[in-house]
Design a protein around this ligand. Sequence first.
Ligand code: 4HQ
Length: 225
Amino acid sequence: MRIDILSLFPEYFQGPFAVSILKRAQEQGLIEINLIDIRRFAEDKHKRVDDRPYGGGPGMLMMPGPCVKAIRSVKSKNSRVVYLTPQGKTLTAGKCEELSEHTHLILLCGHYEGIDQRVIDLEVDEEISIGSYVLTNGCLPAIVLTDAITRFVPGVLGHKEAASKDSFQEEGLLEAPQYTRPEEFEKIAVPEVLLGGHHKKIADWRRKKSEEKTRQVTGQQPLPN
Ligand code: 4HQ
């Protein structure tokens, strides 16, 4: 899978993509990430990429010309073009898994107050939000999306933790609490059942905790089994 990320700050991504699992996935050739500077596609001698909104209002918008040119410079028949925006559909694990099945993603990061609607009308396949709040630009959302998608690319995660094989996650449940050594930490003991090695009892305990947590946090009734 290839991911092209179009933004005004390609440097933004260099930290997160150069460490840990995303770094290894690139080294193993499982994903290829390309960072593209939209300003390269500016159409005037001042390299301008923003302008004032028609109808008035605060701030600036990204001009359609440079955005559309940048997208078209990498687009082919197999490309899926995603614009990151609070106006999009909220990202879920299911959407990440679906996007991981594409061979080419183009992620468009907005800056300022956003982009001209005609870029969306002409070139964008879907709009995705990483949550209901407003960030200063779309670079962090593109990092979040790239990270969450990469976990679903075959070979990126080890056998054990394979992205959606977690039965609880598949049922929309939150995870049970987890513990490692020591057995007691600042007077708090690890729940006895986890120390016993009784796999059925451990699985039952985890399910119960998982359902409790899901109810607490989401108010949602866990699906019956
Ligand atoms: N922004 N989920 C504003 C976001 C955002 C989000 C990206 C800030 C687009 C123009 N994107 N720019 N939340 O807050 O995706």
